[in-house]
Design a protein around this ligand. Structure first.
Ligand SMILES: Cc1cc2nc3c(=O)[nH]c(=O)nc-3n(C[C@H](O)[C@H](O)[C@H](O)COP(=O)(O)OP(=O)(O)OC[C@H]3O[C@@H](n4cnc5c(N)ncnc54)[C@H](O)[C@@H]3O)c2cc1C
Length: 430
């Protein structure tokens, strides 16, 4: 069966891998120069050292079973390492490590009674159905169980770094889901998964397998129209030419799908991301991997990748991500030049670390996308899109699928791709 796949992110290439493995004639169309989507990497070559590093910071969790299974299936298990992921919080001009229970106990911006209520809240997140949690705001649940200070001084920076002005509308389902997956904690902190050499290894191996199994990957070729005849798929039109297909799987965002098809999926709220990566001469965050920040800055978190993965992998440099999300098309982080946005980020870092100067920076890169993921507002669940669509033989899977609720992830995209392939096969056998 001839299958066209729109989008070469994780969902598209995992679907392409399983379908070509089953003997289908698969063609993946990707608008960019390479596949990988949000999990794509920079290829850095400096001073005799070459490495891949994700354009957007990534790590995985022990509970990511399908993804870990896929890594095993592809013979990459030895590359998957469980590294310590320390966290911290920058507030009132000071950086506080908040990884271990001991560090949380020492945190001066919560009283002892706040900390007891915080523990009660964390315990409470282990229970409750997402159907009900989807109907209430995270903020309300936090304030009810943990109190106002726990919201303001502990959770608000986390919600702000992820959803900025939308933080007040985020559902408790998102928050509870986030806390539930962070289960690999011990007294010494949390362990997170990362691949030695980067997740590019996973992307490259999937690409290799798809080609070996007879599939095709056509990069730099955006799909411009999903073609139908009498309510069923007939093919795809790309910027280059038209193709006939028996079935199509689209993995692009609702915004793009709306533009290239007659489906109406634009009701699903998405946000954009703007993320800079700096190659630094020296470490900045005092050993902390993930630093949430309270304050009025154009970013919500600083992530020092080399406080997670060893600096020796990167020629001894420190790699620092500046993480920010935006919700409006007129946001300066989307509209301004890369240079102007980077200058704003550098000014922001200087406010936090006054001894930081431009001389500390060896190089920088920036990646921006309007389609970084859904905004999990209250009531989001009913907006989730099923894999089958109103057009026969057209399937959709991606960050908007049930497998990615209540938070999108690489795991969710692997699960969405597998679920879609299963339905596809089920329909074919009918
Ligand atoms: C800042 C950030 C940090 C993240 N951190 C983590 C993390 O730590 N752990 C984790 O598990 N997940 C993380 N994620 C989420 C993870 O990256 C995504 O869930 C996953 O990569 C999504 O894959 P996808 O294939 O569903 O979507 P995408 O990666 O968006 O793939 C869609 C693809 O379609 C292509 N495309 C668009 N339009 C067209 C067109 N017209 N024709 C053809 N192709 C088109 C795009 O170029 C893209 O390659 C993070 C995401 C971001 C943004």
């Amino acid at each position: 069966m001839r299958v066209g796949i729109i989008g070469g992110g994780v969902t598209g290439i995992v679907a392409g891998y399983y379908l070509s493995k089953k003997g289908h004639d698969v063609v993946i169309f990707e608008s960019e120069e390479d596949v990988g989507g949000l999990l794509g990497s920079y290829h850095i070559s400096k001073g005799g050292v070459s490495y891949n590093i994700e354009c957007f910071y990534h790590h995985i969790f022990r509970s990511d079973r399908e993804l870990i299974g896929l890594i095993e299936e592809l013979g990459l298990s030895e590359r998957l390492l469980w590294l310590k992921g320390s966290t911290g919080y920058y507030v009132g001009g000071k950086l506080y490590p908040l990884t271990t229970p001991k560090e949380i106990l020492k945190f001066p911006h919560l009283t002892l009674s706040d900390k007891v209520r915080l523990a009660a809240l964390v315990l409470r997140t282990k229970f409750g159905s997402f159907d009900k949690l989807d109907q209430v705001r995270a903020r309300d649940v936090i304030e009810r169980i943990g109190g106002r200070r726990v919201y303001k001084n502990f959770f608000e920076p986390l919600l702000r770094s992820k959803f900025e002005d939308e933080r007040k509308n985020i559902s408790a389902a998102w928050l509870f889901g986030r806390i539930r997956i962070r289960s690999d904690r011990s007294a010494g902190g949390e362990h997170l998964g990362y691949m030695e050499g980067g997740f590019q290894y996973l992307i490259d191996r999937l690409k290799e397998e798809i080609l070996k199994q007879g599939g095709k990957i056509q990069t730099d070729e955006p799909v411009t129209k999903i073609l139908t005849e009498k309510g069923r798929i007939s093919g795809l039109k790309s910027r280059k030419k038209s193709y006939q297909f028996d079935k199509v799987i689209s993995t692009v965002s609702p915004r793009v799908l709306d533009a290239i098809s007659d489906l109406d999926v634009g009701d699903l709220p998405y946000q954009g991301a703007c993320c800079a990566l700096f190659g630094l001469k020296r470490p900045l965050l005092d050993g902390i991997y993930w630093l949430n920040i309270a304050g009025d800055l154009p970013f919500g978190a600083l992530i020092e990748h080399t406080n997670f993965a060893p600096r020796s992998w990167y020629g001894g440099e420190s790699l620092l991500y500046v993480a920010s999300y935006f919700q409006r098309e007129d946001d300066p982080r989307w509209k301004l030049s890369e240079e102007a946005v980077t200058a704003q980020f550098i000014d922001g870092i200087k406010k936090l670390f006054p001894d930081f100067t431009a001389d500390d920076i060896n190089w920088w890169r920036i990646t921006r996308t309007p389609d970084a993921g859904p905004i999990y507002r209250v009531g989001f669940k009913r907006l989730i899109k099923p894999y089958r669509t109103a057009i026969d033989d057209l399937y959709i899977a991606g960050m908007f699928s049930g497998a990615n609720y209540p938070e999108r992830s690489i795991e969710g995209s692997v699960r969405a791709a597998k679920a879609c392939v299963e339905l596809f096969e089920e329909d074919r056998e009918k």
